[in-house]
Design a protein around this ligand. Structure first.
Ligand SMILES: [Zn+2]
Ligand SMILES: [Zn+2]
Length: 142
């Protein structure tokens, strides 16, 4: 899947980005920390190589804890990015911040163990109890 030149921005538009390379992973995350950070019951992500993400103008502010760095706009509060020590040179973007979110199709569900009980998944995509990386060590090499 190619998302070259996909663009996105935060709610207020002070932070804008462009993806210049291919998608490494796209999917839903049901983990509690994504839920709290975004305020949404489930998050959807587009993962790319760090070098394939460019910001125009301001860069996101970072909240870092336990080797995880979550980027957000300090002006409007939009959740934007995820990066972690365990996934070097890799960054994820909230699909909801893309200008054309329809370009990204989720491939699977991760951290289903933490899914809210009332959310019913009706698609046939693979569901991982933890992260896709826990189930498949090759997931980042596509
Ligand atoms: Zn903003
Ligand atoms: Zn998550």
């Amino acid at each position: 899947m190619s998302n070259s030149n996909a663009t996105g921005r935060c709610l207020c538009g002070r932070i804008r980005y462009r993806v210049t390379g291919k998608t490494i992973w796209s999917g839903y995350c049901h983990c509690e920390s994504c839920r709290r950070f975004s305020g949404a019951a489930v998050t959807s992500w587009l993962g790319v190589a760090e070098d394939d993400l460019e910001f125009d103008g301001e860069k996101p502010s970072i909240y870092e804890i336990d080797g995880v760095r979550r980027g957000f706009c300090p002006h409007c509060g939009s959740s934007l990015t995820y990066a972690a020590d365990r996934f070097p040179h890799y960054v994820q973007l909230h699909v909801g911040t893309l200008d054309e979110p329809d370009r990204v199709r989720p491939e699977d569900h991760v951290h289903c163990e933490e899914k809210v009980a009332w959310l019913e998944i009706s698609d046939d995509l693979p569901r991982h109890e933890g992260s896709a990386a826990d189930d498949n060590n090759d997931w980042m090499k596509s």
